[in-house]
Design a protein around this ligand. Structure first.
Ligand code: ACO
Length: 326
């Protein structure tokens, strides 16, 4: 039995927030944002749009790409830090929105590493023989947890969703998933977090007044951990799989910041293979790697057999690196 990626889809809201728009909201400027982050603009959802709406649109695009009907799906995994609600899961809401069967559907919370966590779980489920067709989504309405009075974070984030369909196929040989290195270190949980809204600090007037429902981040520490964890994870995957850097066709890092991406690529000696779209979308957390894969796929830049190294880090801290063959 072979296992492959059968379809990829994405969705970003129409509305664009440029750096010039942010200049009117906080004390910042286009030059600072571009040079420190590489971001030129980000897409922002309307207030009436929820993460499940973004995700359902991406899922429908992936189903169309796979020429598959939602009724064929065995499982839905949704990576998000901006679920519609604490519960029900966003995955269950998407199941209803796309008309999938009443299949196993649940959310994964691994912040920006979420899509890669989801791919690993989905692949394992198919590999074990339990499921055959799995939808994995990374979807975020980060604008709903972004503090637009905090210039150190509000310039970074955007909204969007990406979706991948994995399938077991008896007519092909080979497995697209060559290896992964995935982990988490709760010692760094406080450098990147939304402090309130959970059981530790339930919502109150005080928590709202203190802006505790928004992303709080120690930027320089996050930067340092991001570079270290992604570089280490990528090296381990290459070591495990016996693949050398010159065999890699594409590197798709989580699109957090151009400087982080460049630092990781330089350390791995893979600068020429990196795909970036952070300039157009900003940091879309769990959606970002899928947005890149979708663009590469639909612009015809992926050739059969290409080796693709994907890597991410996120709040937790979490990290992941996965090597796949297209
Ligand atoms: N415009 C202008 N000046 C700013 C802005 C802004 N938007 N933001 C911060 N500054 C100022 C700071 O106040 C500081 O001023 P000071 O020296 O007078 O105090 C100065 O710029 C430098 O601040 P630093 O934080 O040291 O800037 P740095 O070069 O580290 O860049 C950044 C900041 C871009 C946030 C960087 O640290 C970074 O990319 N960190 C990682 C971010 C990231 O990837 N986060 C992942 C989140 S993903 C998730 O899980 C949701």
């Amino acid at each position: 039995m072979g296992i492959r990626i059968k379809g990829i889809g994405k969705y970003v809201p129409e509305r664009i927030m440029t750096n010039a728009d942010l200049e009117k909201m906080v004390e910042t400027n286009d030059e600072w944002i571009r040079t420190r982050t590489g971001i030129h603009q980000r897409h922002i959802a309307e207030s009436s749009t929820a993460t499940s709406d973004l995700a359902a649109n991406a899922a429908k695009a992936a189903l169309a790409d796979a020429a598959m009907d939602a009724s064929e799906l065995d499982m839905i995994l949704v990576a998000t830090v901006t679920p519609d609600h604490t519960f029900p899961s966003t995955a269950a809401l998407i199941q209803q929105k796309i008309g999938a069967p009443k299949c196993m559907s649940f959310d994964i919370e691994a912040a920006c590493s979420g899509l890669l966590y989801g791919l690993d779980i989905a692949h394992s489920m198919i590999f074990s023989g339990k499921h055959r067709k799995v939808l994995v989504i990374g979807a975020e309405k980060l604008s709903s947890i972004t503090d637009y009075t905090d210039r150190s974070t509000c310039v970074l984030f955007g909204d969007g969703a990406s979706a991948l369909i994995l399938e077991a196929d008896d007519s092909i040989e080979g497995d697209f998933y060559l290896g992964g290195e995935i982990g988490a270190d709760g010692n760094y949980g406080d450098i990147l977090q939304v402090p309130a809204g959970g059981s530790a600090i339930p919502a109150s007037h005080d928590s709202v007044d203190r802006h505790l429902h928004f992303i709080h981040m120690d930027g320089p520490k996050t930067f340092q951990q991001a570079v270290t964890s992604m570089t280490r994870a990528c090296r381990k995957v290459l070591e495990k799989t016996g693949v050398s850097p010159d065999q890699i066709r594409w590197v798709i890092p989580h699109q957090a910041n151009q400087r982080i991406i460049s630092a990781v690529a330089e350390r791995l000696n893979l600068s020429d293979s990196v795909y970036c779209n952070v300039a157009r979308y900003g940091n879309t957390s769990s959606a970002s790697i899928g947005l890149c894969l979708d663009e590469l796929h639909h612009s015809g830049q992926l050739q059969r057999g290409d080796l693709i190294l994907m890597t991410a880090f996120g709040g937790g801290l979490t990290w992941a690196a996965e090597l796949i063959r297209w």
